[in-house]
Design a protein around this ligand. Structure first.
Ligand code: MRU
Ligand code: ZN
Length: 204
């Protein structure tokens, strides 16, 4: 698929995310890989539900630098980390949903454990509700370089698949292309909603 087609799919995904209310008030950021060395990342501070092709900025994956001099997302280093860690990753979506924000605060452990849900199979490679999907939760930080380094250390020691949560902040997830990243986002968000409801009901 050409760069333009991938970017058009990403723009459509951004509009879908916006319509779902998953990137309120300029929250969230999105990117697609161009090749081994470069990705296209959303410009910082924009309403992500209304992005057009021109709102994506080329960024060098190794350096986080934008040759154009324009300002990509404040969370650029988290996108480029995923592209460096996973050569097969082709798109990264970061959203600020209520479920991800609340659950990541309520969860006191280092990971949100999802099990017992048929919808786990929306995640590539998951074949049964009887397995456990672990989505790590990292404490939020405004020091994105430090956060990226913490996540890189984690990935060197533990499996990291589908996405991670930042506590009180949101979800970053990925896939081999925009469609897969979108499916992972929708699947995880559904699972987060179920988990939030389950915990609420079981606490009564
Ligand atoms: C509404 S402020 C949210 C930002 O601090 C950040 O978390 C975010 O997701 C968007 O930052 P951006 O620089 O526009 O990509
Ligand atoms: Zn964010």
């Amino acid at each position: 698929m050409s760069d333009t087609q991938q970017l058009d799919q990403l723009v459509a995904a951004c509009h879908w995310i916006g319509a779902k209310g998953w990137a309120p008030a300029t929250g969230g950021n999105m990117s697609v890989r161009q090749d081994e060395h470069f990705c296209l990342l959303s410009e910082s501070g924009k309403d992500k539900g209304g992005l057009t092709r021109d709102d994506f900025i080329q960024v060098e994956i190794a350096s986080n630098l934008a040759p154009s001099g324009r300002k990509p997302s404040a969370e650029t280093a988290l996108h480029t980390l995923i592209y460096r860690l996973f050569p097969e990753a082709g798109a990264v979506l970061h959203t600020h949903t209520v479920n991800a924000t609340v659950l990541s605060r309520v969860e006191e452990g280092a990971a949100l454990l999802l099990y017992g849900y048929e919808m786990q199979k929306s995640l590539t490679g998951q074949h049964t509700h009887e397995d456990t999907v672990a989505i790590p939760v990292f404490d939020n930080s405004q020091d994105i370089a430090a956060l990226a380094s913490e996540i890189e250390d984690y990935a060197a020691r533990f499996p990291l698949r589908y996405g991670f949560l930042l506590r009180g902040h949101g979800l970053t997830c990925w896939g081999e292309n925009v469609n897969e990243a979108r499916r992972h986002l929708e699947g995880l968000e559904f699972l987060f909603e179920c988990e939030r409801q389950r915990r609420l009901l079981e606490s009564k």
